[in-house]
Design a protein around this ligand. Structure first.
Ligand code: NAD
Length: 481
């Protein structure tokens, strides 16, 4: 059977390319569709379409843009099952469900897409009067940048695309988005569907490898770049942006520390700690990637996590009852395998997992590693997979110093019963967000972003909306009374 090609959307029209490539199901290795590899000229056409549509889109009353984005939320709702199917087939996370007892999988991702559309569409962004006296009045207005180029990763392909698209559109920008080459079809299909309720040219896609992303970010007609992905690519994007002085929001990798305090209750925290580390098979930017546990609680915490990990059914996420899917791609799979093998060779203990599963698909079991310390590659590098190193500590000052040792700072968490003490520890950690008794608990109203090598700029909430606008001060001299 020949594979279907899923086109890009430019000016609300389907666009295919001379070249295309296969998208593969990471649970089976099967090709599931063809993705166009946009040419340099097609990237230019997409930016031109966005440029042409932008003045009229920005000129619409804010209320109209908000209403259209609420329609986008309805389209996402109405197509949630179809799009969740693509997320599972292409990204690998299980379909799961929505609700506190359900596995947070592809349906949860679609639920997030809807929420992260409704919130930016609902926020008020009034003009700020920053100064006023008898002689003058100074107002801060927020204007769109113009054309936004968005580049997305493969771990939460639809949700992260929505984070980039919706606030940008709300603020009066138009968008060209390039999904990851590993997970393009779901995003291309999502954009095709939501563009139907938007004017032509307002939301466009291009697709392909990093080369295509490079053409997009280097385009001098792009007014702002939103990038989410690895630190290595982030550095390349920042360099490309510098040549045109294009502003950027850069959300990069992390190596989040979770610190369990001596007064924590291992049983009570275990399930939240587990999902904090293993959500989406650990392929989440703000997953706990290093766990620091005091000597006295070490064995109890490890035993609780092991029991949960071993009870999680792993397999093709399209099947019912599956909690954990495959690793999304072979490159990531090989990285996880290397980090665990190096830890083992360095004398660490593999408490559970630790060997790839034979057969089709990128299946690697949930893995806990103990008797490991800072300096091991599994601790110092971002594993971005289903492996958690557990590091003992004696002194909380040491644990904090170790948490802060790395050159990234996306998230972190502190777990304990005395909240004031947990807060005191949280305030000493170098990270964009420090959660207490939860990890990775992002919310559409709460700003999110990294410090140090995890990038710059904020997404979500009113700060996220401001980040896709440029300020303009209107300064008025008053007539003498
Ligand atoms: P990646 O950097 O390999 O790819 C991300 C995107 O950049 C892809 O679309 C890719 O095609 C594109 N790209 C690659 N080279 C490019 C270039 N030279 N110019 C323009 N575009 C280029 O990242 P990934 O492997 O897809 O994602 C995993 C990483 O993303 C992890 O490090 C993870 O922590 C990070 N991440 C961060 C956040 C956050 O909010 N901070 C969220 C999710 C993922």
């Amino acid at each position: 059977m020949s594979l279907q090609t899923y086109p890009n959307t430019v000016d609300n029209r389907p666009v295919t390319s001379e070249r295309s490539f296969e998208s593969k199901n990471p649970a089976t290795g099967e090709a599931i569709g063809l993705v166009p590899h946009s040419s340099a000229e097609q990237v230019e056409q997409a930016v031109r379409a966005a440029r042409k549509a932008q003045p009229a889109w920005a000129a619409r009353p804010d209320a109209e843009r908000r209403a259209l984005l609420m329609k986008v939320a309805e389209v996402l709702h109405g197509n949630a099952e179809y799009l969740a199917g693509w997320v599972t087939r292409e990204q690998g996370k299980p379909l799961g469900g929505v609700g506190p007892t359900e596995v947070p999988g592809a349906r949860f991702e679609l639920f997030g897409c809807e929420a992260w559309t409704q919130v930016p569409a609902s926020l008020e962004m009034p003009v700020d009067v920053v100064f006023e006296d008898a002689t003058r009045r100074d107002e801060m207005h927020r204007k769109p940048f113009g054309v936004i180029a968005a580049i997305a990763p493969w771990n939460w392909p639809l949700l992260i695309a929505i984070w980039q698209i919706v606030p940008s559109l709300r603020a009066g920008n138009t968008v060209v988005i390039k999904p990851s080459e590993y997970t393009s079809i779901g995003t291309l299909e999502m954009v095709r569907l939501i563009a139907e309720v938007l004017p032509p040219g307002v939301l466009n896609t291009v697709s392909g490898t990093g080369e295509v992303g490079g053409w997009l970010v280097e385009n001098p007609d792009v007014d702002k770049i939103m990038f989410t992905g690895s630190s290595a690519t982030g550095a390349k994007i920042a360099a490309a942006a510098a040549r045109n002085l294009t502003p950027t929001t850069i959300e990069l990798g992390g190596n989040d520390a979770a610190i369990v305090l001596p007064d924590a209750d291992p049983k009570a925290i275990a399930m939240d700690l587990f999902w904090g580390a293993f959500l989406n098979m650990g392929q989440t930017c703000a997953c706990a990637k290093r766990l620091y546990v005091p000597d006295a609680l070490h064995d109890a915490v490890v035993a609780e996590l092991k029991a949960i990990a071993e009870a999680m059914p792993m397999g093709d996420g399209a099947q019912p009852g599956i909690a954990m899917g495959p690793i999304q791609n072979r490159m990531q799979f090989d990285k996880v395998r290397r980090l665990v093998d190096e830890a083992r060779a360095g004398g660490a203990t593999i408490v559970c997992g630790g060997e790839p599963r034979a057969g089709a698909g990128n299946f690697y079991p949930l893995t806990l590693v103990t008797d490991i310390a800072d300096g091991a590659s599994l601790v110092d590098e971002e594993q971005f997979g289903p492996v958690l190193p557990v590091i003992r500590y004696r002194d909380i000052d040491d644990a904090i110093a170790q948490a802060n040792r790395v050159d990234v700072g996306l998230g972190a968490s502190v777990w304990g019963t005395d909240i004031e003490q947990a807060r005191a520890v949280a305030s000493r950690i170098e990270a964009g967000t420090v959660w207490i008794n939860q990890h990775g608990a992002i919310h559409p109203m709460v700003p999110f972003g990294g410090v140090k090598g995890s990038g710059w700029g904020l997404e979500f909430g009113i700060d996220g909306l401001k980040a896709v606008t440029q300020p303009q001060v209107i300064s008025l001299k008053k007539k003498p009374q």
